[in-house]
Ligand binder design. Structure first.
Ligand SMILES: [Zn+2]
Length: 175
């Protein structure tokens, strides 16, 4: 009986302290914490909740976007540039890049990056444009013309044309 009375007394004390706004009972676990207006969840539960929230894909994307925007601000860019110029930061960065973990991480990131559909599409387009520009250069055009004029190249082309002709002829005959 005494035990229950003791426990009863303790609960009474806690209730009293809650009503006096000295402490609060966490709304998702049985921890008490010092009263702070509007605060209903203990720090641990809050952290857990926050972690879970930040794991959601749409939230992750939102955070990434905001971080990107932040880094694009001129004053932030300038601050980061200055920071990176510091000798101790440069050295730390250099050492970090020498670690095997960093290299593995970097390779994985690149693989993931280059496999993104939008990146693949962009790269293919760039490659096509480069090839076009390259072919348009006067010296490349000139080289190509010279190449086409070589006897062995001319002969090969004629041979291919002959073969194509015979193939087509054969196809027509079969029809
Ligand atoms: Zn809690």
């Amino acid at each position: 009986m005494e035990f229950f009375e003791e426990e009863d007394e303790e609960i009474k004390q806690l209730m009293l302290r809650i009503s006096r706004k000295e402490i609060t009972l966490c709304d998702s676990c049985d921890t008490f914490f010092d009263y702070i207006p509007q605060k209903t969840t203990c720090d641990e539960c809050k952290k857990t909740r926050r972690r879970k929230y930040e794991q959601r894909p749409e939230v992750k994307e939102h955070i990434r976007k905001r971080a990107r925007e932040y880094r694009q601000r001129p004053e932030v860019k300038e601050r980061r540039r200055e920071y990176r110029q510091r000798p101790e930061v440069k050295e730390r960065e250099y050492n970090r890049k020498q670690t095997p973990e960093y290299k593995v991480q970097q390779r994985e990131y690149q693989r993931e990056y280059y496999n993104r559909p939008e990146v693949k599409k962009r790269r293919r387009k760039q490659q096509r444009e480069h090839a076009r520009e390259y072919r348009q250069r006067p010296e490349v055009k000139e080289r190509r013309r010279e190449y086409e004029q070589r006897p062995e190249v001319k002969e090969r082309r004629r041979k291919q044309q002959r073969e194509r002709y015979h193939r087509l002829k054969k196809l027509r005959e079969e029809e």
